[in-house]
Ligand binder design. Structure first.
Ligand SMILES: [Ca+2]
Ligand SMILES: [Ca+2]
Length: 189
């Protein structure tokens, strides 16, 4: 407190009260949990950020697969300001959604991951790219063909006005009601 310089990152020792408060308001975590996560984050990432290569390594250890392609899409979904690194705030807000979010929150997050260029609409190309990465990570053969087939079925279901785009609302309205759509997007495991 006392300093008026704005700072984006939380890579200093300790966390400011206001920072914890904001994070508490915007996530499903309690203050205590935020501080505990921060301790761990600081230990694992002393720089205060997760870089892409670190994330890839973590992701491949987690999935026990060669999954750089998919890890990059997930990384971009974490990296909300797209500056090439995940700070503690981005980490916690994403963790909150993926671990404790409502179905709707999770769907929005998945949508954002598929929306590679961040236009707020999914093209067939974007859906194919991410699905292909999912299939490759799962070690499936003919990942590209499988991704195309699945993308077609997704667009048939969700692209109601047939303009070749799936909007966020279109996506969330249908996907939250239909279990099999969640499944084909690989949301449900
Ligand atoms: Ca970032
Ligand atoms: Ca898009």
């Amino acid at each position: 407190m006392g300093s008026s310089t704005s700072r984006e990152d939380s890579d200093e020792l300790g966390l400011e009260e206001s920072f914890v408060h904001d994070l508490k308001e915007n996530t499903h975590f309690k203050s205590k949990e935020i501080r505990e996560w921060h301790e761990k984050f600081k230990k694992d990432f002393p720089s205060g950020h997760i870089r892409r290569h670190e994330f890839r390594k973590m992701y491949s250890e987690l999935t026990a697969k060669d999954s750089n392609e998919l890890a990059d899409y997930v990384f971009d979904a974490y990296d909300q300001d797209r500056n090439g690194r995940i700070d503690f705030k981005e980490f916690m807000t994403t963790l909150s959604v993926t671990c404790r979010g409502s179905t709707e929150e999770r769907l929005y997050w998945v949508f954002d991951m598929y929306d590679i260029d961040g236009t707020g609409a999914l093209t067939r190309d974007e859906v194919i790219k991410v699905l292909k990465a999912v299939f490759r990570m799962k070690g499936k053969e003919a990942a590209e063909e499988k991704a195309c087939v699945q993308a077609d079925s997704i667009f048939q279901k969700l692209d109601k006005d047939k303009d070749g785009l799936i909007s966020k609302d279109e996506f969330c309205n249908v996907a939250s009601k239909e279990v099999d759509v969640s499944k084909i997007f690989n949301i449900a495991s």
